[in-house]
Write a protein that binds this ligand. Structure first.
Ligand code: ADP
Ligand code: MG
Length: 678
């Protein structure tokens, strides 16, 4: 029996190479292929020439009324010209350098051409010919996001083939009452019309169904998780209040009022017999880590284990080291679990976690692998939680018996969206920096002022401080990023040496090498750390006073703000130097914003204004998931409606036993959720 879950390799003519190519686009199953939607459509709907402006892109349809005339110039260049009659008008069509089209253009036959309209000459400079057979071939107008492994035409062909083979086994997921109410399409029609629309209107209608379906399924998963978590009671974590107070008194600084407030919110949740589900927002440097430490300590005094999951090895290692210091001399025993342990180390740590000897487990997503068993996990914390998906977060919490959950993020998210994406999560905000912090001074220099910047840096080093230097970002290629960082490292090692030592950090180093560089930077053996953006998150060295960023205009505001947050963590005045010659107004605006404010919420607001909300929020950094079709900003209303609809369905008694909802139930199971409905 055919199923949309069949691997793409089941399609005829799709061998291992193709399977691998498709995997690069995230396509593994037939369903992945069928829901790999076009990013846009070449509009093949012919236009009325009377309404078209000069130089505008047009699609024109008519009858060929002159024999096509091919003229060649030299070896490669050619011009193909013919006339078509459009309504009462005769229009000249010219193609350059596509001599093979001559054979496709037939006198007295219809032809559709796409190109640019020249109003004065009443002619189209065309780049594409859509023949009658092209139009009959499905999906002529759909344009897919592809990469170097797959061509448009190949992908289109595969989608067509998959649709032909599987169209009869496409179950509709959305319940009928909802489809009727919003006039949505069944899933088979929706998929057909997204790939092979007759015209733009049809595509638009299919897109509407797809956006709703996507939002609805997302909300259903989220709320099913939440319902499962809410229905089971949580633990009462009865921590030892005196011990906790003593611990807080020994931290070495006074908590800010905001930190105190948030600690109280968390501690109240810990004591209660319900499962805590709390998001902790706070700008970089606001002191989230110590708040987490207090929650961990409380949990452990009550006899439970705690786990802290970070998105990168560097960050996990740093948390482990810092917290080991914070907890020195207490009964907290820290274990660091990452992918770079040897099999033996992993086994031994695994035992200690299972027995409870290690009561604070810190690590990357290694924490949620199947072979890791916890003794009694009472609290799970995710740092930079937007870097993890819904399922990863859920798997971590399933490692315990209803553990309390604290998710930390330094990326401000507008409240409406936070609620929609995270639902009923409680939100705590640290909206205050520790006292005595000197605001970071940010300067924007042109690239030609590089020497000035380096002099400045040298003066800071002479005064005993340390510095980060971030090399230019080349998004397309990690190899080039590494090359760039290495070149810059060599240059600066020469410039500053032998008096000051320079270190290099990038994503291609092994875990051990990264640790080593970080340690030497932390200990002051290295004064200047040259790095790609791997230092972006979380790294903490209070003695670093300069963050110098090459080609700063290549970075987005959120990222620049994160990078800047690496300095200004101690008593010394800190600086952020942006080297940039931005070519666009938007780039200039970004530099000016960085110079003007240190406030993460203001930066986020400006980011949204500059890039458009959709770009900011549709992006992984925001914590709002990447939807394929729907846009959480422009379709916010729909997202909210879908949220209510999902909630209502889950509230309907025995909804999951009704025949017509079985595709949805299967969908939820496939997405690996241990859901318990009543
Ligand atoms: P975040 O994780 O929010 O970016 P951290 O928790 O790493 O921030 O804190 C940044 C630095 O400030 C750390 O060195 C930390 O020890 C210090 N810190 C945190 N809270 C306070 C406070 N109330 N007073 C002084 N220093 C603090
Ligand atoms: Mg942090």
């Amino acid at each position: 029996m055919k199923s949309l879950q069949d691997a793409v390799g089941n399609l005829k003519g799709v061998g291992p190479k193709r399977v691998a190519d498709l995997a690069t686009l995230g396509i593994d199953t037939v369903e992945d292929l069928l829901t790999y939607y076009p990013s846009r459509y070449d509009d093949v709907t012919p236009v009325d020439l009377a309404t078209v402006k000069d130089r505008q892109k047009v699609t024109v349809q008519g009858i060929v009324v002159s024999e096509p005339l091919l003229t060649r110039f030299g070896y490669r260049r050619s011009r193909l010209a013919f006339r078509i009659q459009v309504g009462q008008q005769v229009v000249l069509v010219t193609f350059f350098n596509q001599p093979y089209l001559e054979k496709k253009v037939k006198l007295n036959q219809p032809a559709t051409v796409m190109g640019k309209w020249d109003a004065q000459r009443q002619q189209v400079t065309a780049n594409k010919l859509v023949t009658a057979s092209d139009q009959a071939k499905a999906g002529a107008g759909a344009i897919y996001p592809v990469n170097k492994h797959l061509r448009q035409a190949t992908l289109k062909g595969l989608i067509k083939q998959a649709f032909d083979d599987y169209q009869n086994v496409i179950p509709t997921l959305l319940p009928k009452p909802l489809r009727d109410h919003y006039r949505l399409l069944d899933r088979r029609t929706m998929i057909h019309d997204l790939h092979f629309p007759k015209n733009a209107t049809v595509a638009q209608a299919a897109r509407r169904t797809a956006a709703y379906e996507e939002f609805f399924l997302f909300q259903l998963r989220l709320q099913a998780i939440r319902q499962a978590n809410r229905h089971a009671d949580g633990n009462r974590i009865l921590y030892h209040n005196d011990e906790l107070k003593e611990f807080i008194a020994g931290i070495g600084f006074e908590l800010t009022d905001a930190q105190k407030r948030v600690v109280n919110e968390i501690c109240r949740n810990l004591r209660e017999p319900y499962q805590m589900n709390r998001l902790l927002q706070g700008d970089v440097g606001s002191g989230k880590t110590i708040v987490a430490a207090i929650a961990i300590y409380a949990t452990i005094t009550a006899g439970y284990q705690a786990a802290l999951m970070a998105p990168t090895e560097i960050l996990a290692a740093q948390h482990a080291e810092k917290l080991a210091k914070v907890f020195a001399g207490t009964h907290v025993h820290v274990g660091l679990l990452t992918g770079s342990l040897t099999a033996k180390q992993h086994r031994e740590l695994g035992k200690a976690i299972k027995s409870g000897d290690v009561n604070l487990v810190i690590g990357t997503h290694a924490l949620i692998q199947d072979d890791v068993d916890y003794a009694n996990l009472g609290l799970v914390i995710t740092d930079e939680q937007h870097r993890f998906g819904v399922n990863q977060r859920q798997r971590l919490r399933e490692k315990g018996d209803q553990p309390d959950v604290l998710a930390m993020t330094a990326t401000p998210i507008p409240r409406t969206l936070a609620i929609t994406a995270y639902g009923e999560m409680d939100v705590s905000v640290i909206d205050e920096l520790p006292a005595g912090r000197k605001p970071i001074e940010t300067r924007w220099l042109t690239v030609s002022q590089q020497n000035q910047a380096l002099h400045f840096l040298r003066d800071q080093l002479a005064a005993g401080a340390q510095a980060y230097v971030v090399s230019p970002l080349i998004e397309e290629s990690e190899a080039l990023d590494v090359q760039n960082a290495t070149d810059l490292y060599n240059e600066l090692a020469e410039y500053f040496g032998p008096r000051y030592r320079v270190g290099l950090l990038h994503g291609r180093l092994s875990g051990e090498e990264k640790d080593d560089v970080m340690h030497r930077f932390q200990d002051g053996q290295i004064q200047v750390l040259v790095s790609t953006t791997v230092v972006e998150v979380g790294v903490d060295n209070p003695n670093a006073t300069v963050m110098m960023i090459y080609n700063a205009d290549r970075f987005g505001l959120a990222q620049l703000h994160q990078l800047r947050g690496r300095v200004g963590r101690g008593d010394r005045q800190s600086y952020c130097l942006l080297l940039a010659d931005p070519k666009t107004d938007e780039g200039k605006e970004r530099m000016k914003t960085m110079v003007a404010t240190n406030d993460g919420f203001v930066v986020a607001q400006k980011d949204m204004e500059l890039r458009g909300a959709g770009d900011v929020l549709g992006n992984k950094q925001s914590g709002v998931p990447d939807f394929k079709v729907g846009d959480p900003v422009s379709d916010l209303k729909m997202l909210q409606v879908a949220r209510e609809d999902a909630a209502n369905l889950l509230k309907t008694p025995h909804w999951d036993e009704q025949d017509e909802n079985q595709p949805l139930v299967l969908y939820l199971h496939r997405h690996q959720l241990e859901t318990h409905f009543d």
